[in-house]
Write a protein of this length. Structure first.
Length: 287
């Protein structure tokens, strides 16, 4: 009898992850017998968890914070995008039982902009933040032909490091001069954790430091944070009359590639999926 494929998302903490809801929606929609569960794994336990995946009968799974870099170090067969970013979020076994890793965040980022702002690829981007998420965004922007990417981070040294890694299109700049660069950008991306609900930021930090009144009128503003969907950053851009793209579509699209590996079908990111996930989220918050 054929085994029912099973997959997971591992992180610490993991209770907040929307991935089980997304994958179960597709399992149900495509009438696939399979499972997708969240597993809380500490950093110390993560290597033994990865080494026991085959024994546990998984077809593969996702890894999320804080394990993406550790997963990259543990999985020997990583693809080009993963090697470039230095972190993975998707794992699968090939037919020979070898574990592979990829980073599908960059794919998710571009698909979300393709969906909600077709023609977004232009000349100059401003990227705020130089952590793990920023690396996937920089990779995407380079892939889609951005000529100049201004990278601004609170800790300048991290921005300099990424600029060296990603090459000459990336120009690091100082945090305090952020508003001097707003007017140059065709795309502005927040990759920092400022604005994440319940994250340890004070009210002052939640207010975006950006003065959107300097922005080009046709700039596209996007945030990779999706909890809340309308971050203070996006709210402010919207109030300034600018085009905004929220971050949840990136989560949906990055998930499609893993689903295809484990369950054999490339699922569609639809309005129905979006509304189902957002509605159940809101209901859970109310209770
Ligand atoms: P991730 O892997 O999710 O990107 P990370 O590596 O911890 O997470 O990076 C978080 C990003 O948010 C960093 O760019 C961080 O800036 P620093 O490198 O200076 O720490 C940024 N960040 C977090 N809190 C911030 C704050 N209060 N103000 C400005 N930037 C902040």
């Amino acid at each position: 009898m054929a085994r029912i494929p099973k997959a997971f998302v591992a992180g610490y903490p993991i209770y907040h992850s929307l991935s089980p809801k997304i994958h179960r929606y597709w399992l149900n929609f495509y009438r696939i017998s399979g499972s997708y569960d969240s597993i809380e794994v500490t950093t110390e336990d993560f290597p033994s968890f990865i080494h026991s995946l085959k024994e546990l009968g998984f077809a593969g799974g996702n890894v999320t914070l804080p394990h993406k870099e550790q997963a990259y170090a543990l999985v020997k067969k990583c693809d080009e995008v993963a090697n470039y970013i230095g972190a993975i979020n998707t794992l699968w076994f090939d037919n020979g039982g070898i574990l592979h890793g990829s980073n599908t965040d960059a794919y998710g980022f571009v698909c979300n902009l393709d969906d909600f702002s077709p023609g977004w690829e232009k000349e100059t981007a401003l990227v705020i933040g130089a952590g793990g998420a920023s690396r996937a965004v920089l990779f995407s922007l380079k892939e889609r032909g951005y000529q100049q990417i201004i990278l601004i981070n609170r800790t300048r040294a991290r921005a300099d490091r990424l600029a060296r890694h990603f090459g000459q299109q990336i120009v690091a700049a100082d945090w305090q001069y952020i508003n001097d660069h707003i007017g140059e950008a065709d795309l502005i991306v927040n990759t920092t954790s400022i604005g994440i609900e319940n994250h340890n930021h004070n009210a002052k930090e939640q207010e975006s430091v950006i003065n959107f009144s300097m922005a080009k009128s046709d700039v596209v503003v996007t945030d990779i944070v999706y909890t809340p969907l309308m971050t203070p950053f996006l709210n402010q851009a919207q109030k300034a009359g600018l085009k905004i793209v929220d971050g949840i579509g990136m989560l949906f699209h990055q998930a499609t590639l893993g689903f295809e590996r484990w369950f054999g079908i490339k699922p569609q990111v639809t309005k129905a999926l979006r509304s189902q996930i957002l509605t159940t989220e809101m209901k859970e918050k109310e209770t």
